[in-house]
Design a protein around this ligand. Structure first.
Ligand SMILES: O=C(O)CCC(=O)C(=O)O
Ligand SMILES: [Fe+2]
Length: 403
């Protein structure tokens, strides 16, 4: 039996590239990130009770910090399938959950609120109640302590990430730095550390580090994020973000120029319709915003240009009340084209005509107006439909769309 590789499949059917792009974009249906974090002004005091010592006050005093250290061991972390101590990687102090208690009864619902933030931030598609956070350890960083770049191994079944709550305890330094797939960003726990808390969460496969603490103490509760998934492949991970991006890049690069020249532009319909005033990247919502962030990455990699536009489509069809609903003619025009920052680039007095072949998705959606003409001469009964929408235009690197 002949084996058809994906590459051959692309070559034999250029429409499949549009399908790849369409399918991938349709799966990016909500904003998502592989790491998130923010200051929390409404954090409750967990009421940490250290066995043999008593309640730990918040912000943590130097005296209570010494009490924690006296009962701690060097922090451990997952390396492959093992849990190891290596002070060249991390030299913070660790308490295990059986060495302390969280006495505040409302702490559980506070953690659930954080899990809901993670669920939204990661754009998880499962129900919120499929995700939970299991207490793993309490870490204390003294001045000079750090955690070198590492990713978290799955120390619990169906663990997909880590949630941390940095408790009130003034410190400088100690910021979290995340890097994945050539992108990196940092989050400063110190900024809210005097009296407030902050949370951070990341997918287990994201490389992260804690920069050295330069003064004070950094006190963090660490939770494993668990996904009650039946199917192991459902587990969220940062590499899912990569694979969506890779598929899109493949889609845009996959045209085989000698046989099927790359179209000079492609049009992708947005989920929402935007007025001219809100036609700019920073006003996009929901799935549109999420898709834009992916398309931006893809544009940087492939050299395509991105524009936003309002589109009008006018179709004349045979009237379905009398005959099969056959399309007789279609006109598609862009009525307002802008760069991502909202600057208009089309000429107000010139119409930009679009070939329907360049639409990634040719389904019409709901028309906003229709007109049934009845029988006219030889043409039979016709009906006209008008559609409108907002679109992304992805223009190939070496071509210009005539506007
Ligand atoms: O201290 C932190 O904020 C992160 C700790 C960490 O990465 C870990 O325990 O694996
Ligand atoms: Fe970690």
């Amino acid at each position: 039996m002949p084996i058809v590789t994906t590459r051959e499949a692309y070559i034999s059917c250029p429409t499949s590239l549009k399908l790849i792009i369409q399918k991938t974009l349709s799966e990016i249906d909500r904003p998502s990130t592989f790491a998130c974090g923010e200051r929390l002004d409404d954090g409750a005091n967990p009421g940490l009770l250290l066995k043999g010592h008593g309640l730990l006050g918040m912000p943590l005093s130097d005296n209570d910090a010494r009490a924690i250290i006296s009962q701690s061991r060097q922090s451990r972390f997952g390396r492959g399938s093992e849990t190891v101590v290596d002070t060249s990687i991390s030299d913070s102090w660790q308490l295990d959950p059986d060495q302390f208690q969280i006495r505040n009864g409302s702490w559980g619902s506070f953690i659930l609120r954080l899990v809901a933030k993670v669920h939204a931030g990661f754009g998880l598609k499962c129900q919120k109640d499929r995700v939970s956070a299991e207490l793993y350890k309490l870490l204390l960083y003294q001045r000079g302590a750090f955690f070198r770049p590492h990713s978290d191994s799955e120390i619990a079944p169906c663990m997909f990430g880590t949630l941390t709550v940095c408790l009130p305890c003034a410190h400088e330094g100690g910021e979290l730095v995340f890097s994945h797939n050539g992108k990196s960003f940092s989050f400063k726990t110190s900024e809210s550390s005097d009296f407030d808390m902050s949370y951070a969460a990341w997918c287990a496969d994201v490389l992260h580090e804690v920069k050295p603490v330069t003064s004070g103490h950094r006190l963090v509760l660490i939770y494993n994020l668990i996904h009650q998934s039946q199917v192991v492949t459902d587990l969220p991970s940062a590499s899912v973000f990569n694979s969506e991006q890779t598929r899109l890049v493949k889609g845009f690069r996959g045209w085989d120029p000698p046989r099927y020249p790359q179209p000079e532009y492609l049009i992708h319909k947005l989920a929402h319709q935007y007025s001219q005033a809100s036609l700019r990247a920073d006003r996009l919502k929901g799935a549109d915003l999420a898709q834009l962030s992916f398309l931006r990455e893809v544009a940087a990699e492939t050299g395509i240009d991105l524009y936003l536009a309002n589109m009008e489509k006018h179709a004349t069809k045979s009237d379905e009340r009398w005959a099969r609903n056959q399309v007789l003619s279609v006109d598609i025009v862009l009525t307002y084209v802008v760069t991502l920052d909202g600057s208009r680039v089309d000429h107000p007095n010139r119409t930009v005509y679009i070939k329907s072949n360049n639409l990634i998705d040719t389904t019409d959606g709901q028309h906003y107006k229709e007109d049934h003409r009845g029988f006219t001469g030889n043409e039979g009964a016709t009906a006209e439909y008008w559609y409108s929408g907002t679109v992304f235009c992805n223009i190939g690197p070496s071509t210009e769309m005539e506007i």
